[in-house]
Structure formats: C-alpha cells, structure tokens
Design a protein around this ligand. Structure first.
Ligand SMILES: Cc1cc2nc3c(=O)[nH]c(=O)nc-3n(C[C@H](O)[C@H](O)[C@H](O)COP(=O)(O)OP(=O)(O)OC[C@H]3O[C@@H](n4cnc5c(N)ncnc54)[C@H](O)[C@@H]3O)c2cc1C
Length: 377
C-alpha cells in the first residue's frame, strides 16, 4: 500500500527545488541564529511552504491540515537544513491550538500572518517542574476584572526569542481540567525572555511571566480545555517530528556513501570493505522502516482517525532513535573528518539529538505505547 499520493511526491519535488536553490547558499552562522531563523521563515513564506501549516480558510494551502504534506515538507527541509524544518514546523505547532479553538477574530488576526511567514509562532507548555509530566504545570492565570494576570515560568520554549504570537498553557483551576490556553502577542507587558543555548543553536529560551496582563479575550476556547488542546496538537505534530528525523538521516547516509566511495584506504575505496557495506545496509533498513511508520501514522490521521496517539508515538520513537544510529554510523564512516566542525555529519550529529527528547522523550513514547497495548487486551 502506498501511504503517499502523487500530490505528496509533487510537493516534495517543489520543496526540494526550493531547498536546493534558496537554502543551499545560506551560511549557518550559529551566533546569529535568530536573524537566520527570521530570514528562513520569510523565505518559506514567500515560497508558500508555511501555507501548509494552516488551513485554507485562514490563508493556508489546503482545505484542512494534511499530516502527510507536513511530513514530506519536514523531511525535505530537514535533509537540507534542520533550522528550516524547525521554522516551518513551529508555525504549525504554535498556531494549531488557535485553529482548533480560537474565536473567529483570533483566527483572522493570526493565522493568515502565520501562513505567510510574517508572524513567528511559539507553543509554551514545558516548565522547570513540568517537563515529561506536563500536566503538573504551575504557571497560573487569574481573572482580574477584564484581564487575565499571568505568573510563572516556561522553559525550553522554541522561538521564545523571536515569537510574534505564542500559545500559552496556564493553570486556571486544579487537575488536567484546570489548564487553559491563551494567545500571547509579542510585547505583552510583564513578559520577559532569557536565552537558552543548545548544542545545535536554534531560537530557544525561558519565558518569564511576572504579573503579565492579557485582555479577557486572549483565552483560547473555553476555560479548562487547555490540556486537551495541547494533547490534540501534539497528536498531529509528534508524528511529523518523526518525519524530520529520516530527512536528517538520509542526508547522513548520502554523505557517508559519497565519502566511502572516494576515500582510499588499504589500496582501494572504503566502500569495497564488507564491514563498511554492512553499515550502509543497516542504515538503509533503519531509514526505510522509520519512514514507513511515519507515513502510516500521517496517513491514518488524514484518513479521518480522530486520535493517532499510539501510531504517532511509535513513529516518533522509531524514527528519531533510528536516525540517531544512522547519523552515528555515517559519522563513524567519515573517521576523524566526522568530528571536524562544519562538516555536514558533524552538524547532523548535534542536530538530531534534541528530537529524541522534545514533544515527548523516547521513554515517554514507550509508556504511551505500552499503556495502549495493555488497555487493548
Ligand atoms: C530543543 C528543544 C526544544 C523544545 N521546544 C519546546 C517548545 O517549543 N515548547 C514546549 O512546551 N516545550 C519544548 N521543549 C521541551 C520538551 O518537550 C521537554 O524537554 C521534554 O518534554 C522533556 O521534559 P524535560 O526536559 O523536563 O525532561 P524530564 O521530564 O525531566 O525527563 C528527563 C528524562 O527522564 C526520562 N523520563 C521522563 N519521564 C519518564 C517516564 N514516564 N518513564 C521513563 N522515563 C522517563 C526520559 O529519559 C527523559 O528524557 C523543547 C525541548 C528541547 C530540548
């Protein structure tokens, strides 16, 4: 069975042409990552790629969000540059709760700008004391007259340093039904950001709310539905994290094949050694298996499945773990060159690491998969 349709292959070709033409000449200056991120987003907007992160009624490309389109875009961009994939994906992750539960005014204000790549989106769930256990969040929103007053701290928030619109999850009551979602625009009084640096730079930071004030209509949907909104959003985007991973892994595999065919040792190319060939074969098996699981999860979603929690967890876990191994083998095949700063495999080795942690660490995916298995029998 083919999980992708001809239109997905056509889309992949279009994004590949964009990536080869527009992204290839860009210099990745790690110390100017915020500037590069904004520039990438503008380019993705102009090429109408960010439009696939939003539904057509609000300026997007397709009538409704298509998980397979998001997957092929992510894989194709990640092959060329992880940061480009990341900027595309965050537009979807940050704006999907607005699409799901926002008022018509909220949708019209933000979604068309997100679709055009003019407004940078962010998604703020994680806190210092609420990571894997996101339901333990303690950032609080109090209703005072016509305003919401927010106090608390969010950690590891992608795009924190450059966001224009942030979906914030904060506590308005007790338990998982006591979490509400809010739309926070850049420049909200009482919001400050502290930069966090990672092994592979991208815009990331802590967002601190000190008596931050939002208007009453900043609430997304109804009070208490925030946690369900966060889970429904992650349900879609978790599978697509799995799509970025084979993009990075395929690039590593291609780099490894190129290298072992040209590098001469023991009187011939490394590619003549069976031990080397076996590493390439292992890479290929892990890559193709991962891609199939990712496409299957996305296809299920596009076929109308309300929740794909199990399939998304499987796809995300296998794809990111496999990609880490593929990239590690590719680096090994480069020998010393693999750890020299600036080579593609060195960058990929740093780039892939966070994918096994964010949107649910591998161990959390295992817990989800096991829970589903035990409940079903
Ligand atoms: C680069 C990056 C970008 C991110 N972007 C965002 C963002 O935009 N928005 C946002 O809200 N969050 C974001 N995050 C946060 C991310 O989702 C969390 O880091 C992740 O959920 C893990 O939480 P934690 O780091 O607090 O780890 P912890 O919860 O402290 O867990 C640490 C480790 O313990 C193990 N563990 C945890 N729970 C279990 C379990 N149930 N069973 C077995 N082992 C377990 C796992 O190995 C896990 O890695 C980002 C993180 C990173 C690294």
């Amino acid at each position: 069975m083919a999980f992708l349709e001809p239109r997905h292959h056509e889309l992949a070709g279009r994004v590949r042409a964009f990536a080869d033409g527009a992204l290839a000449p860009l210099e990745f200056e790690e110390e100017r990552v915020d500037e590069l991120a904004r520039r990438l987003l503008a380019m993705l907007g102009e090429a109408k790629i960010t439009a696939y992160a939003v539904a057509a009624a609000y300026g997007g490309a397709l009538e409704k969000l298509d998980a397979r389109s998001i997957c092929v875009i992510r894989e194709t961009l990640a092959y060329r540059m992880g940061l480009a994939d990341f900027m595309f994906a965050m537009q979807g992750l940050g704006s999907f709760p607005i699409y799901l539960a926002g008022s018509e005014a909220q949708k019209r204000e933000w979604l068309p700008r997100v679709a055009r790549g003019e407004a940078v989106a962010a998604f703020a769930l994680t806190e210092p004391e609420a990571g894997s256990d996101a339901g333990a969040l303690s950032c609080r929103a109090r209703r005072v007259g016509q305003e919401w007053v927010i106090d608390g701290r969010k950690r590891f928030i992608s795009n924190a340093t450059i966001f224009d619109v942030m979906t914030l999850f904060a506590r308005t009551g007790e338990g998982s039904r006591g979490v509400s979602a809010f739309v926070v625009p850049r420049g909200t009084p009482g919001v400050r950001v502290e930069v966090q640096q990672t092994i592979c730079p991208h815009p990331l930071g802590e967002v601190i709310f000190e008596e931050a004030r939002l208007p009453a209509d900043a609430l997304l949907g109804e009070e208490g539905m925030g946690f369900r909104l966060a889970l429904a959003t992650l349900d879609v985007f978790r599978a697509t994290v799995g799509a970025a991973a084979p993009g990075m892994a395929q690039r590593a595999q291609d780099e490894a094949i190129r290298h072992v065919k040209s590098r001469q040792q023991f009187g011939g190319p490394l590619a003549d050694l069976q031990g080397v060939q076996f590493m390439l074969a292992d890479n290929e098996a892990e890559l193709q298996a991962a891609r199939l699981l990712v496409h299957r999860a996305a296809w299920l979603k596009d076929s109308g499945a309300e929740r794909i929690t199990q399939e998304a967890a499987l796809a995300k876990m296998v794809a990111t773990e496999n990609a880490q191994r593929v990239i590690d083998r590719a680096l090994q095949l480069h020998g010393g060159l693999g750890v020299i700063k600036g080579t593609p495999v060195e960058r990929l080795y740093r780039e892939i690491r966070a994918l096994r942690i964010y949107e649910g660490a591998t161990e959390v995916q295992k817990a989800v998969i096991a829970r589903g298995l035990l409940a079903a029998r």
